[in-house]
Design a protein around this ligand. Structure first.
Ligand code: GLP
Length: 253
């Protein structure tokens, strides 16, 4: 894998990268895996801007979001359905039938997970999976200890994640949903390309796990198993990372 430590905006870089990838396939379909979370906000702002400037067409884009809380209706401002509608879908020309988000209110959550995997398979897999990094190193909602080959599944959120996400629920941890549906680490690793983002000192210890061999207790290290994975980090997020690593190319720009 590669890590780019950026002196410019990680989120803008990511959005421009996505635009270039999409435009490079011309009018062909392009399948994106998408994150939510605060890191992705500025990335979506830049994607909206590129669309408004006529530089990015979403007509042929298919999207699969990473995760969704169990039990929150799409109208709940902290649901990832609400987030995606607000930050991207309502502002660009993506056909709504091309967008996919796990339904955390499904009667049969296991069946919902299986159907999600099937839908990804049906479109021929994900071309580029964009991701954020949890403070505890989780990717999507694959918490430390989750096997790397797991597929889309129901997860019980780690206490650290409930604490980290309480800021979105009036700092009231009791209001954070305890469960979520998430693509598996295996689902993420199946994508043809990975682009992850980490910003700020709160992500430094998660990024520093990349000094270790891949192990499920440190979910971000799964990226090292992928043939085409790139992590964009700002200097704060990269601050605990050794200057060089034998198995990771680190580029400063
Ligand atoms: C959340 C989401 C992840 C996201 C991560 C980082 O819990 N489930 O998909 O990548 O944690 O979020 P943030 O960017 O807000 O730090």
């Amino acid at each position: 894998m590669r890590i780019r430590v950026l002196h410019q905006s990680v989120e803008t870089y990511a959005a421009n990268y996505i635009q270039q990838k999409i435009n490079s396939v011309g009018a062909s379909r392009f399948v994106l895996g998408l994150p939510t979370g605060s890191t992705a906000l500025a990335m979506y702002a830049r994607l909206r801007e590129l669309h408004q400037q006529g530089q990015l067409d979403f007509q042929q884009i298919v999207t699969f979001n990473m995760d969704e809380y169990v039990g929150l209706p799409p109208t709940h401002p902290q649901s990832y359905h609400y987030y995606m509608e607000k930050e991207l879908f309502s502002a660009v020309n993506i056909p709504l039938q091309n967008t996919h988000i796990l339904n955390g209110q499904a009667d049969d959550l296991q069946a919902e997970c299986r159907a999600y995997e099937d839908a990804i398979t049906q479109v021929g897999g994900i071309d580029l999976f964009i991701g954020g990094v949890g403070r505890n190193g989780h990717i999507a909602f694959n918490e430390p200890g989750t096997p790397f080959d797991i597929r889309t599944h129901l997860v019980t959120l780690a206490p650290a994640t409930l604490k980290a996400n309480a800021r979105f629920f009036d700092n009231d941890i009791s209001r954070v949903p305890t469960h979520a549906l998430t693509v598996g680490t295996g689902t993420v690793l199946d994508a043809r390309e990975l682009l992850f983002m980490a910003t700020g000192a709160v992500k430094a210890s998660a990024v520093a796990t990349l000094a270790h061999a891949p192990n499920p207790d440190e979910p971000l290290t799964a990226l090292k198993l992928h043939p085409n994975a790139l992590l964009l980090a700002d200097e704060e997020a990269a601050s605990l990372l050794p200057a060089t690593l034998s198995d990771v190319e680190i580029i400063h720009e």
